[in-house]
Write a protein that binds this ligand. Structure first.
Ligand code: RM4
Length: 253
Protein backbone atom coordinates (compact mmCIF):
# COMPACT_ATOMS: atom_id res chain seq x y z
CA UNK A 1 0.00 0.00 0.00
CA UNK A 2 2.23 2.79 -1.29
CA UNK A 3 -0.16 5.63 -0.42
CA UNK A 4 -1.51 4.51 2.97
CA UNK A 5 -2.78 7.44 5.00
CA UNK A 6 -2.30 9.96 2.20
CA UNK A 7 -4.98 12.29 0.79
CA UNK A 8 -4.77 12.44 -2.98
CA UNK A 9 -6.52 15.13 -5.04
CA UNK A 10 -7.21 14.55 -8.73
CA UNK A 11 -8.73 17.05 -11.15
CA UNK A 12 -10.83 16.01 -14.12
CA UNK A 13 -11.43 12.62 -12.47
CA UNK A 14 -14.97 11.77 -13.62
CA UNK A 15 -13.53 9.79 -16.50
CA UNK A 16 -10.37 8.79 -18.34
CA UNK A 17 -6.87 9.17 -16.93
CA UNK A 18 -7.99 11.18 -13.89
CA UNK A 19 -10.57 8.57 -12.91
CA UNK A 20 -8.09 5.71 -13.30
CA UNK A 21 -5.48 7.48 -11.17
CA UNK A 22 -8.04 8.39 -8.48
CA UNK A 23 -9.20 4.77 -8.15
CA UNK A 24 -5.64 3.49 -8.43
CA UNK A 25 -4.52 5.77 -5.60
CA UNK A 26 -7.36 4.44 -3.43
CA UNK A 27 -6.25 0.89 -4.21
CA UNK A 28 -2.88 1.90 -2.74
CA UNK A 29 -4.50 3.13 0.50
CA UNK A 30 -5.23 6.78 -0.21
CA UNK A 31 -8.33 8.78 0.57
CA UNK A 32 -9.27 10.74 -2.55
CA UNK A 33 -10.86 14.05 -3.48
CA UNK A 34 -11.89 14.41 -7.12
CA UNK A 35 -12.74 17.50 -9.10
CA UNK A 36 -15.17 17.29 -12.01
CA UNK A 37 -16.83 19.78 -14.34
CA UNK A 38 -19.59 18.40 -16.56
CA UNK A 39 -19.87 14.69 -15.77
CA UNK A 40 -21.67 14.39 -12.44
CA UNK A 41 -22.63 10.76 -13.09
CA UNK A 42 -19.02 9.84 -13.76
CA UNK A 43 -17.88 11.62 -10.62
CA UNK A 44 -20.51 9.82 -8.55
CA UNK A 45 -19.50 6.40 -9.89
CA UNK A 46 -15.82 7.19 -9.30
CA UNK A 47 -16.57 8.03 -5.66
CA UNK A 48 -18.56 4.79 -5.34
CA UNK A 49 -15.65 2.73 -6.72
CA UNK A 50 -13.25 4.35 -4.26
CA UNK A 51 -15.60 3.79 -1.32
CA UNK A 52 -15.99 0.14 -2.39
CA UNK A 53 -12.22 -0.13 -1.84
CA UNK A 54 -12.77 0.98 1.77
CA UNK A 55 -11.37 4.47 1.32
CA UNK A 56 -12.99 7.87 1.82
CA UNK A 57 -13.85 9.91 -1.27
CA UNK A 58 -15.42 13.28 -2.07
CA UNK A 59 -16.35 14.84 -5.41
CA UNK A 60 -16.22 18.63 -5.80
CA UNK A 61 -17.69 20.33 -8.85
CA UNK A 62 -15.76 23.18 -10.46
CA UNK A 63 -14.32 24.64 -13.66
CA UNK A 64 -10.53 24.63 -13.18
CA UNK A 65 -10.26 27.70 -15.43
CA UNK A 66 -11.77 29.68 -12.53
CA UNK A 67 -9.05 30.40 -9.92
CA UNK A 68 -11.65 30.07 -7.16
CA UNK A 69 -12.24 26.43 -8.09
CA UNK A 70 -8.74 25.49 -6.95
CA UNK A 71 -9.12 27.22 -3.59
CA UNK A 72 -12.51 25.62 -2.97
CA UNK A 73 -11.32 22.16 -4.03
CA UNK A 74 -8.23 22.23 -1.80
CA UNK A 75 -10.11 23.71 1.16
CA UNK A 76 -12.91 21.10 0.92
CA UNK A 77 -10.38 18.26 0.70
CA UNK A 78 -8.42 19.53 3.69
CA UNK A 79 -11.63 20.07 5.69
CA UNK A 80 -13.37 16.79 4.87
CA UNK A 81 -10.42 14.41 4.44
CA UNK A 82 -7.98 16.05 6.86
CA UNK A 83 -5.05 16.96 4.60
CA UNK A 84 -3.70 17.49 1.08
CA UNK A 85 -0.67 15.29 0.37
CA UNK A 86 -0.74 14.74 -3.39
CA UNK A 87 -2.27 16.72 -6.24
CA UNK A 88 -2.65 15.20 -9.69
CA UNK A 89 -3.43 18.07 -12.06
CA UNK A 90 -5.12 16.19 -14.88
CA UNK A 91 -8.08 18.26 -16.11
CA UNK A 92 -7.62 19.18 -19.76
CA UNK A 93 -9.30 19.59 -23.11
CA UNK A 94 -8.15 19.19 -26.70
CA UNK A 95 -10.78 20.41 -29.20
CA UNK A 96 -8.86 19.51 -32.36
CA UNK A 97 -8.87 22.44 -34.82
CA UNK A 98 -6.86 23.70 -37.80
CA UNK A 99 -4.39 26.52 -37.14
CA UNK A 100 -5.18 29.20 -39.73
CA UNK A 101 -8.86 29.47 -38.77
CA UNK A 102 -8.54 28.75 -35.04
CA UNK A 103 -11.33 30.61 -33.24
CA UNK A 104 -10.08 32.92 -30.50
CA UNK A 105 -12.47 31.36 -28.00
CA UNK A 106 -11.21 27.85 -28.74
CA UNK A 107 -7.61 28.96 -28.25
CA UNK A 108 -8.40 30.92 -25.09
CA UNK A 109 -10.53 28.23 -23.47
CA UNK A 110 -7.85 25.57 -24.06
CA UNK A 111 -5.17 27.77 -22.47
CA UNK A 112 -7.42 28.65 -19.52
CA UNK A 113 -8.42 25.05 -18.74
CA UNK A 114 -5.16 23.23 -19.41
CA UNK A 115 -2.44 25.67 -18.33
CA UNK A 116 -4.09 28.30 -16.17
CA UNK A 117 -6.19 25.63 -14.43
CA UNK A 118 -3.11 23.52 -13.77
CA UNK A 119 -1.26 26.53 -12.41
CA UNK A 120 -4.05 27.55 -10.04
CA UNK A 121 -4.52 23.98 -8.79
CA UNK A 122 -0.81 23.43 -8.15
CA UNK A 123 -0.51 26.78 -6.39
CA UNK A 124 -3.51 26.15 -4.12
CA UNK A 125 -2.36 22.63 -3.24
CA UNK A 126 1.20 23.82 -2.56
CA UNK A 127 -0.07 26.57 -0.24
CA UNK A 128 -1.96 23.94 1.78
CA UNK A 129 1.05 21.62 1.84
CA UNK A 130 3.25 24.45 3.12
CA UNK A 131 0.69 25.15 5.86
CA UNK A 132 0.75 21.45 6.81
CA UNK A 133 4.53 21.51 7.00
CA UNK A 134 5.16 17.91 5.95
CA UNK A 135 5.90 18.16 2.23
CA UNK A 136 3.88 16.65 -0.59
CA UNK A 137 3.81 15.86 -4.28
CA UNK A 138 2.47 17.71 -7.30
CA UNK A 139 1.99 15.68 -10.49
CA UNK A 140 1.02 17.45 -13.71
CA UNK A 141 -0.46 15.36 -16.51
CA UNK A 142 1.50 16.92 -19.34
CA UNK A 143 1.87 14.94 -22.55
CA UNK A 144 4.08 13.58 -25.32
CA UNK A 145 2.66 16.69 -26.96
CA UNK A 146 4.95 18.78 -24.74
CA UNK A 147 7.78 17.40 -26.88
CA UNK A 148 6.24 16.97 -30.33
CA UNK A 149 3.57 18.72 -32.36
CA UNK A 150 0.15 18.12 -33.82
CA UNK A 151 -1.26 19.86 -36.90
CA UNK A 152 -4.67 20.26 -35.24
CA UNK A 153 -3.25 20.90 -31.75
CA UNK A 154 -1.49 24.28 -32.09
CA UNK A 155 -3.60 25.66 -29.23
CA UNK A 156 -3.09 22.53 -27.12
CA UNK A 157 0.56 21.44 -27.37
CA UNK A 158 1.86 24.73 -25.88
CA UNK A 159 -0.28 24.11 -22.80
CA UNK A 160 1.24 20.67 -22.31
CA UNK A 161 4.74 22.08 -22.76
CA UNK A 162 3.79 24.78 -20.28
CA UNK A 163 2.70 22.27 -17.66
CA UNK A 164 6.00 20.40 -18.04
CA UNK A 165 7.89 23.68 -17.62
CA UNK A 166 5.72 24.71 -14.67
CA UNK A 167 6.71 21.53 -12.81
CA UNK A 168 10.41 22.28 -13.42
CA UNK A 169 10.10 25.79 -11.97
CA UNK A 170 7.78 24.74 -9.15
CA UNK A 171 10.30 22.04 -8.18
CA UNK A 172 12.82 24.80 -7.52
CA UNK A 173 10.36 27.06 -5.69
CA UNK A 174 8.98 24.27 -3.49
CA UNK A 175 12.01 22.07 -2.83
CA UNK A 176 12.69 23.90 0.44
CA UNK A 177 9.24 22.73 1.58
CA UNK A 178 9.94 19.12 0.52
CA UNK A 179 7.20 19.37 -2.08
CA UNK A 180 8.16 17.37 -5.14
CA UNK A 181 6.90 18.50 -8.57
CA UNK A 182 6.94 16.15 -11.58
CA UNK A 183 5.21 15.63 -14.92
CA UNK A 184 3.77 12.56 -16.56
CA UNK A 185 3.81 12.64 -20.37
CA UNK A 186 1.16 10.23 -21.68
CA UNK A 187 1.28 9.21 -25.31
CA UNK A 188 -1.97 8.45 -27.12
CA UNK A 189 -4.27 7.12 -24.42
CA UNK A 190 -7.80 6.15 -25.47
CA UNK A 191 -10.16 8.54 -23.58
CA UNK A 192 -13.09 10.85 -24.32
CA UNK A 193 -10.56 13.56 -25.25
CA UNK A 194 -9.64 11.76 -28.48
CA UNK A 195 -12.62 9.46 -29.08
CA UNK A 196 -13.78 11.39 -32.15
CA UNK A 197 -10.24 11.89 -33.46
CA UNK A 198 -9.41 8.18 -33.21
CA UNK A 199 -12.70 7.25 -34.88
CA UNK A 200 -10.74 7.97 -38.07
CA UNK A 201 -9.59 4.38 -38.63
CA UNK A 202 -6.71 5.39 -40.91
CA UNK A 203 -5.35 7.87 -38.38
CA UNK A 204 -5.81 5.39 -35.54
CA UNK A 205 -3.88 2.72 -37.46
CA UNK A 206 -1.13 5.23 -38.28
CA UNK A 207 -0.81 6.27 -34.61
CA UNK A 208 -0.75 2.65 -33.45
CA UNK A 209 1.91 1.70 -36.04
CA UNK A 210 4.30 4.22 -34.48
CA UNK A 211 4.12 2.58 -31.04
CA UNK A 212 6.80 -0.10 -30.34
CA UNK A 213 4.58 -1.79 -27.73
CA UNK A 214 2.02 -2.20 -30.49
CA UNK A 215 -1.08 -0.63 -28.95
CA UNK A 216 -2.60 2.67 -27.94
CA UNK A 217 -2.61 3.30 -24.20
CA UNK A 218 -5.54 2.96 -21.81
CA UNK A 219 -6.11 5.11 -18.70
CA UNK A 220 -5.01 2.29 -16.39
CA UNK A 221 -1.54 2.46 -17.96
CA UNK A 222 -1.11 5.80 -16.15
CA UNK A 223 -1.82 4.48 -12.64
CA UNK A 224 1.57 2.89 -11.84
CA UNK A 225 3.64 5.90 -12.94
CA UNK A 226 1.35 8.27 -11.00
CA UNK A 227 1.44 6.15 -7.83
CA UNK A 228 5.23 5.95 -8.11
CA UNK A 229 5.63 9.75 -8.33
CA UNK A 230 3.09 10.25 -5.51
CA UNK A 231 4.82 7.76 -3.20
CA UNK A 232 8.00 7.74 -1.13
CA UNK A 233 9.54 5.51 -3.80
CA UNK A 234 10.12 8.81 -5.65
CA UNK A 235 11.34 10.68 -2.57
CA UNK A 236 14.38 12.05 -4.43
CA UNK A 237 12.57 12.72 -7.72
CA UNK A 238 11.54 16.30 -8.47
CA UNK A 239 11.54 18.43 -11.61
CA UNK A 240 11.41 15.21 -13.65
CA UNK A 241 9.24 14.16 -16.58
CA UNK A 242 8.21 10.58 -17.29
CA UNK A 243 7.00 9.51 -20.75
CA UNK A 244 4.22 6.91 -20.62
CA UNK A 245 3.77 6.36 -24.35
CA UNK A 246 4.59 2.77 -25.32
CA UNK A 247 7.78 4.05 -26.94
CA UNK A 248 6.04 6.33 -29.46
CA UNK A 249 8.26 9.35 -28.86
CA UNK A 250 11.54 7.63 -29.65
CA UNK A 251 10.29 5.75 -32.71
CA UNK A 252 11.52 7.70 -35.73
CA UNK A 253 12.37 4.62 -37.83
C1 RM4 B 1 -2.21 13.86 -26.46
C2 RM4 B 1 -1.65 13.25 -27.74
C3 RM4 B 1 -2.62 12.24 -28.28
C4 RM4 B 1 -4.01 12.89 -28.46
C5 RM4 B 1 -4.44 13.59 -27.18
C6 RM4 B 1 -5.73 14.36 -27.37
O1 RM4 B 1 -1.35 14.84 -25.96
O2 RM4 B 1 -1.47 14.28 -28.69
O3 RM4 B 1 -2.15 11.73 -29.53
O4 RM4 B 1 -4.92 11.87 -28.80
O5 RM4 B 1 -3.44 14.50 -26.76
Amino acid sequence: MLLEGRCVLVTGAAAGIGRAIAIGAAAQGADVAINYHDNAAGAKSCVAEIEALGRRAIAVHGDVADPNTAVTFVDRAAELLGSVDVLVSNAGICPFHSFLDMPVETFTRTQQVNLHGGYFMCQAAARQMVRQGRGGALIAISSISALVGGEYQTHYTPTKAGLHSLMQSAAIALGRHNIRCNSLLPGTIRTDINKDDLADREKCARMEARIPLGRLGVPEDMVGPAVFLASDMARYVTGAALLVDGGAFVNLQ
